[in-house]
Design a protein around this ligand. Structure first.
Ligand SMILES: Cc1ncc(COP(=O)(O)O)c(C=O)c1O
Length: 370
C-alpha cells in the first residue's frame, strides 16, 4: 500500500500556490475540511447557529479544548513535585511555573539522555510519592525529535503518577494510541498535522481521573445549577468544555480526523519520516548549514541554522520563491535551546503531500544563500 500523492495533492487546493513546509505551524487543509467548515458557516447564516449545531449533533460530540483545562484542574499543595522535560513548550512552561508559584509545588526538569531525548531512566530515579504529575511534550515545537512517550507511560503507570502528554505536534503525523502510550491526559490541536481548521483542538482524559480534576472554569455546560444554589460538575470529559464554541471548526475537525484515518496514519508516518530524513541529509551538505534535530526517533520537523544568516533572513528569502517555512525562537523552548546556545532556528516541517520536487526547491533556495 502506498499513498496516492497526486490525488492527495489534487484534494489540497493550497498545493498549487505554495511549497508549504510549515505543517508544524498549520498545514494546508484538504478540500473536504474547507467545504465542511464553509458549509456550516453558511448553514448558521441560513437557519441560526443553535439550529445548525443541532443538525450536526452527531458530528461534534467529541471535539473540544485542551491542555490548560486539564492541567489547571490538578490539585497541588506545598511540597508536591511536578516533573517536566527539556522539550517543554513555552505556553505549558508558563502555566506550570504559575501553578508551582501559586501552590508551593516544585517544578523540576528531567534531563535528556545522550541522544537528546527525554531520559526515562532519569525519570524513574526522580519519582517518589511526592511527584503528582509528569508533563511531556511528545514532539517539540523546535525539533524533529519524537520523545519516548510509551516508555514514559510504562514508568508513570507503575508509579501511579498522572502523565500529561502534549501531542499537539504528533497527532496526525504518527500513530497515537492512549492505551499503548499509557498517558492519563492527552491534548492535541487541529490545525497542524491533522490538517483541521485553526482554532480547534481536543482533550483526552482517562475515565477514572475525571473525578479528581476540577476544571478551572465552569459554566452551565460543564456543571448544573442546583435548586439549593449549589452546582454539580458533570461526570464526563465535557466538564472541560465550555458552552460557546466554534461549531464550524469542530465539524471541520471531525472531517479532518476522518480524512487522516482514510489516508492511513501508518503510511503518513513512513512518508513524513522519509521526506524529512532526505531533507536533513541534503541541508547538511550545504556549506554553513547546521541541522539541529536530535533524538533516537525523528519525525516531520527539520530545524537548522545557517552561518551568516538569521533564521528570519532565510525564511524571507524562501518566501520570495513561494516556499513557506517558519522560525522558532529560543523563547518558545528555552529548556532545550538556551543550553545549546541557539537563539533562532529555521523550521521546515513536511507533510505527506509534500513532494521531492518541493524539497529540492527548498534545498536550492537555501544553497543559493550559502
Ligand atoms: C509542543 C506544542 N504544544 C502546544 C502547542 C500549542 O498549540 P496551540 O497553538 O494550538 O495552543 C504547540 C504549537 O506550536 C506546540 O508546538
Amino acid at each position: 500500500m502506498t499513498l496516492d500523492i497526486a490525488r492527495l495533492r489534487a484534494e489540497t487546493p493550497g498545493c498549487t500556490n505554495v511549497a508549504h513546509l510549515n505543517n508544524a505551524g498549520s498545514s494546508l487543509p484538504p478540500s473536504p475540511v474547507v467545504d465542511a467548515v464553509v458549509e456550516h458557516l453558511r448553514r448558521e447564516a441560513e437557519i441560526g447557529g443553535y439550529e445548525a449545531a443541532a443538525e450536526r449533533h452527531g458530528q461534534i460530540e467529541n471535539a473540544t479544548r485542551a491542555w490548560d483545562m486539564a492541567f489547571y484542574g490538578f490539585p497541588f499543595a506545598p511540597g508536591d513535585r511536578i516533573l517536566t522535560g527539556r522539550a517543554e513548550y513555552a505556553s505549558n512552561w508558563i502555566a506550570l511555573r504559575q501553578v508551582a508559584n501559586r501552590t508551593g509545588a516544585s517544578l523540576e526538569v528531567v534531563p535528556d539522555d545522550e541522544d537528546g531525548q527525554f531520559d526515562v531512566d532519569a525519570l524513574e530515579n526522580l519519582l517518589d510519592e511526592r511527584v503528582r504529575l509528569v508533563s511531556l511534550v511528545h514532539v517539540p515545537t523546535q525539533s524533529g525529535l519524537v520523545n519516548p512517550a510509551a516508555a514514559v507511560g510504562r514508568v508513570t503507570r507503575a508509579a501511579r503518577v498522572p502523565f500529561l502528554l502534549d501531542a499537539c505536534q504528533s497527532v496526525g503525523q504518527l500513530p497515537i494510541d492512549v492505551a499503548t502510550i499509557g498517558c492519563d491526559v492527552l491534548s492535541a490541536t487541529g490545525r497542524k498535522f491533522l490538517r483541521g481548521p485553526r482554532g480547534t483542538g481536543f482533550l483526552y482524559v482517562r475515565g477514572d481521573l475525571l473525578e479528581c480534576l476540577e476544571p478551572p472554569l465552569l459554566d452551565m455546560h460543564a456543571a448544573e445549577w442546583q435548586p439549593d444554589g449549589s452546582y454539580v460538575i458533570r461526570p464526563d470529559a465535557r466538564r472541560f468544555e465550555n458552552w460557546e464554541t466554534y461549531v464550524a471548526g469542530k465539524v471541520g475537525l471531525g472531517v479532518a480526523a476522518d480524512y487522516a484515518q482514510a489516508v492511513g496514519i501508518e503510511l503518513v508516518w513512513g512518508r513524513v519520516q522519509a521526506l524529512a530524513a532526505k531533507l536533513r541529509a541534503e541541508l547538511a551538505e550545504i556549506e554553513g548549514v547546521t541541522v539541529a534535530d536530535r533524538g533516537d526517533v525523528l519525525g516531520a520537523i527539520v530545524t537548522f541554522s545557517m552561518r551568516g544568516h538569521t533564521a528570519d533572513d532565510v525564511q524571507t528569502a524562501l518566501a520570495r520563491h513561494g516556499i513557506n517555512v517558519s522560525v522558532t525562537a529560543a523563547s518558545a523552548a528555552r529548556l532545550d535551546l538556551d543550553p545549546r546556545g541557539i537563539d533562532q532556528l529555521v523550521r521546515a516541517s513536511v507533510h505527506y503531500y509534500n513532494t521531492d520536487e518541493e524539497l529540492d526547491r527548498l534545498v536550492s533556495g537555501v544553497a543559493a544563500l550559502a
